[in-house]
Design a protein around this ligand. Structure first.
Ligand code: G4P
Length: 526
């Protein structure tokens, strides 16, 4: 196959949702269709349930699972589909945001009873910023939930998405009879047998056909006719281009656990979802069909196999063909590296790949060379843009609890920071170390991992901090004055950048007013 053909058959996407909406269940059903797994239950939930936040074994178990399910590839109708897994837990949202830089489209799962939830809003906001095409799957129609039209309004209002219903439910909960698939003009009748069988799918071009009344009853038929009529009046018909531009979102209804409505979703997805799209480097746009290989690291995962101490860096291939045992340029380190065991992941299976193409994700075994955002090329200097960095919201002093292991502690902290678990600051005057995170759960994870992976132990101490602000200033003299006056509140991040640690929002405002020449940035990349 030519490079162009390889690119045209690939669909790389992520499923996102608020925890419990059914992301794991839907992923599993998609994999079943794709033949990547044979039995239900093979994909374990990668979520960390609220009740388990202090259960470290659970965190470890979940991490193990999430390596295996980080990327799941399968073939369906001549397409190669790559699903990228995203953690649902809010404290790991950064990980999800970074993963979204490596996808070309997303499916958003919404629980019919709960509607649009907080995490859904945050995730969709990020997708919209990048103009990522979005398909919506409304799940759990076998349960009572919100009215279909109300839900569409809610999606438009809260997620600011223009919706195009592609299918429409016939009742819900106890009265759920199936969905009418407007895209394929098919009626799918529901039976709670855990799989959708061919006999239940009827082609129905004209809903005025009286057979409909016999199949679903007069009242339900009348309601379906009225509602589909209303849809055709109120909502636009599907426009592929508008979907690809991220302006319009097709909406499907179904029940993932009953494997209902999933096939329609997948059939439509492989038709309409975009193949690998160009990526943007600071220097230029990089198109997938370019001959030379380029890629970037969007995720780093410690290998949980205790016999191997190395990590796995996940690389999204942006252009050209990636080949095993070939020298590639690591741009940040200005060094050539080659990889003897690049790995692809298929559900619980891992395999070494000889070649990979744009849209594919390869896992590279790494002994500490990579950090998130690193670029690999055949020699051209490129820096891929758009990998988000985060403004930490929670801070604690980290103390070494075992002085004999300070080397291990420092190494562990640096490596965990490279994985993007949290950010590390060293205060200028006291040389004390502070960890900043977005969620509280990260502190537990860091402590546990330092102990189990590096043999180091740490304790935390509260510190009164509100924000970390990265500092820049063109005026050298003004910068020196600022540094002299504010030394007590200054720190360096792990790359040696200057950071102002603000105790309170009010204090920060005062300092900003006192030093107008100095710029305060809320993120490490600005
Ligand atoms: P998540 O990854 O988005 O967090 O959600 P997950 O798939 O784990 O699903 C959350 C819960 O919702 C699970 O139940 C799952 O069985 C259920 N669920 C998923 N799809 C449907 C559906 O179409 N209808 C109904 N009624 N339930 C659905 P759980 O009790 O939390 O877990 P489990 O014990 O079933 O594993």
């Amino acid at each position: 196959m030519s490079l162009e053909q390889e690119i045209s058959i690939r669909r790389t996407f992520g499923i996102v949702s608020h925890p419990d909406a059914g992301k794991t269940t839907l992923t599993e059903k998609l994999l079943l269709f794709g033949g990547a797994i044979q039995v239900a239950g093979a994909v374990k939930s990668n979520k960390i349930k609220k009740a388990a936040t202090s259960d470290f074994m659970e965190i470890e178990r979940q991490r193990g699972i999430s390596v295996a399910t980080s990327v799941m590839a399968f073939e369906y109708r001549g397409r190669k589909v790559n699903i990228l897994d995203t953690p649902g837990h809010k404290d790991f949202a950064e990980d999800t945001y970074r993963t979204l830089t490596a996808v070309d489209s997303v499916i958003v799962v919404i629980d019919v009873a709960k509607g649009v939830e907080e995490q859904t809003e945050n995730l969709v906001r990020v997708c919209k910023m990048r103009r990522t095409p979005i398909i919506v799957f409304i799940n759990k129609l076998d349960r009572e939930g919100k009215d279909g039209f109300d839900l569409l309004d809610e999606i438009e209002e809260k997620l600011k998405l223009k919706v195009v219903p592609m299918s429409w439910p016939i009742g819900m909960g106890q009265r759920f009879q199936g969905v009418y698939n407007m895209y394929g003009e098919q009626l799918n009748l529901f039976s709670a047998h855990g799989k959708q069988v061919e006999e239940d799918t009827l082609t129905f071009k004209d809903l005025n056909n009286s057979e409909l009344d016999q199949l679903i009853g007069d009242a339900a038929a009348a309601e379906l006719r009225e509602e589909t009529h209303l849809i055709s009046e109120v909502y636009p018909s599907f426009d592929h281009q508008r979907y690809l531009e991220g302006i319009e979102s097709p909406v499907f209804f179904g029940s993932a656990i009953n494997n209902f409505g999933v096939k329609e979703l997948l059939d439509c997805f492989v038709e309409i979802a975009p193949p690998p799209l160009p990526r943007y480097a600071e220097e230029r746009e990089v198109r997938p069909e370019e001959e030379a290989f380029t890629g970037f690291v969007f995720k780093i995962h410690a290998n949980i196999d205790p016999r191997h101490r190395d990590r796995i860096a996940f690389v999204r291939i942006c252009s050209g063909t990636f080949r095993r045992n070939t020298n590639y340029q690591h741009i940040r380190l200005n060094r050539k590296l080659k990889f003897s065991n690049p790995t692809s992941f298929m559900a619980s299976r891992k395999e070494v790949v000889d070649e990979a193409f744009p849209g594919d994700i390869v896992g590279l075994y790494d002994s500490g060379n990579f950090k998130i955002g690193d670029t690999l090329t055949e020699g051209e200097i490129l820096h891929f843009k758009g990998i988000p960095s985060f403004s930490p919201e929670q801070f604690r002093y980290v103390n070494n609890a075992n002085p004999l292991k300070s080397k291990q502690l420092n190494k562990g902290l640096v490596q965990l920071m490279d994985e993007g678990v949290a950010q590390l600051f060293t205060m200028e005057m006291t040389q004390r170390k502070i960890i900043g995170t977005v969620g509280a759960l990260q502190f537990d994870v860091i402590q546990y991992r330092l102990e189990h992976e590096y043999g180091a132990s740490c304790t935390y101490e509260p510190v009164r901090l509100n924000k970390a602000c990265w500092i820049s200033c063109d005026d050298k003299e003004a910068l020196n004055t600022f540094i002299r006056r504010r030394k007590k509140d200054l720190a360096k991040d792990k790359d040696g950048q200057l950071v102002y640690m603000a105790e309170t929002a009010w204090g920060l405002k005062t300092v900003q007013e006192a030093h107008p020449e100095v710029q305060f940035h809320m993120k490490s990349e600005y």
